[in-house]
Every structure is written in C-alpha cells, then in structure tokens.
Design a protein around this ligand. Sequence first.
Ligand code: UDP
Length: 238
Amino acid sequence: DGTGLKYKRVLLKISGEALMGNREFGLDPEVVGRIADEVKSVMELGCEVCLVIGGGNIFRGVSGAAKGMERTTADYMGMLATIMNALAMQSALEAKGVPTRVQSAIPMATVCEPYIRRRATRHMEKGRIVIFAAGTGNPFFTTDTAAALRASEMDCDAMLKATKVDGVYTADPMKDPNAKRYDRLSYQQVLTDNLQVMDAAAITLSRDRGIPILVFSLYDPGAFAEVVQGRGKFTIVE
Ligand code: UDP
C-alpha cells in the first residue's frame, strides 16, 4: 500500500553489463532472475517501478564506430541490443508472476508496445512494471540520458542507478582500499569533478527537473527495497 516508502514512483537504471554477471558478453539468466526478485520485492511494497536497461553487454555504438561502421547505424544496433535485454527482463519478471510491459522508443509493434507516455503511466498505476527499451530512440545518446528523460516524463520521485558498489566513491573501491564513499553529492559537484555517476546530459536533466539520483548496489540482496524506503547504503545526488 506504499506506507513507509520514501519514493513512491521510481525509475531504476540497469546497465547492460549488470546483466552479464561474470560472463564476458550477453546475459546471465541467473543474474537477470535475481534482479527480477529485487524488482518484485519493491513492487510488493507498493512502489511503482519502471526500468531503463542499457545494451552495453551486447553492443555499443562507439565500439562499432571505432571498427569503421557509421556511428548512427552502430547506435541503432546498440538500441536494438537494449530491446533484447528488456525482453529478457520481462520474461524473468513474468516468470515470477510480475505483470510487465515493454515499451520501445523505436516502434516494433510485433514485439512490444511503442512508447506512449500516458499508456506507460496507466500501466504503472495498475501495478505493472514498465520497461523502457531502445533508449531515447536517437543516436548519439545513452541509456543514462534515456533514464533521466523517462524519469522526467513519468514524474518519478527518484532515479535509482544500480551499480556494483553501494554508492559513489572518491576512487574505485575495488582497487583503492582508501576510497571513501560519499553520502551526498550535488549535481554540480558530479559535473565539476567529472564523477562517474551518469553522463552529463543525464545529470543536467535530472538537476533541471529536481529528480534525485540514488546510486546503490543491486547485488546486495534487499538493497533496492531499503533505498526506496530511504534506508540502507547509497549515495544521493540532489
Ligand atoms: N544508444 C543510442 N541512443 C540512446 C540510447 C542508447 O544510440 O538513446 C545506443 C548507443 O550506441 C549505446 C548503446 O545503445 O552505446 C547501448 O546503450 P548504453 O551504452 O547506454 O548501455 P549501458 O552502458 O547502460 O549498458
């Protein structure tokens, strides 16, 4: 029923790489299943959840361009990769009984719904998880920017960025034992210090819309549920 929730409607950004687990490429079904469990538990708290999933585990536009492909074409391939990830996540969620809709920024009517804002809002009000696929639908953008855009359009209370660690650190905590975690950062500090939270377009849009970005670890079981209640470990950019 939503009691105890700090954020009643959230957008969760998951990078394609988060779905790889320890693989070099593609999807690890077990990891996708675990993420689906986390999403389900948050939905059961009464929180409205939508997802933006990246495609970096399958294809990145810049890598294609580096190999001589036209950048725009390579970016479209990257966007198609996010649709595959979105379908995998939908399948995992539905296997756990969670009603889910995929909406693509690139219309692909036989596979999923096209992105229609009002329809997405209605799905969320009915307790369905909405997965936004194909990024913004435009080359030269990223799924980080797509996440900030959809969070703005859906009027989300917060954007949650899932990472491998429990927040933003002064250095990579996997490599530097002296790295310190920030509890709180301003949008400006992230931009000025070029901290690797999300890309600059995503940060500025979130700042302009006043949407806080919460960075946390999706690999800690239960962390997602704690964050939407304003508890647990995370870095907030606001
Ligand atoms: N992409 C794009 N426009 C968008 C979103 C994504 O062109 O609005 C392409 C781009 O080529 C990018 C790829 O899709 O490299 C995969 O997305 P991203 O790199 O953001 O995925 P992540 O790093 O989150 O896995």
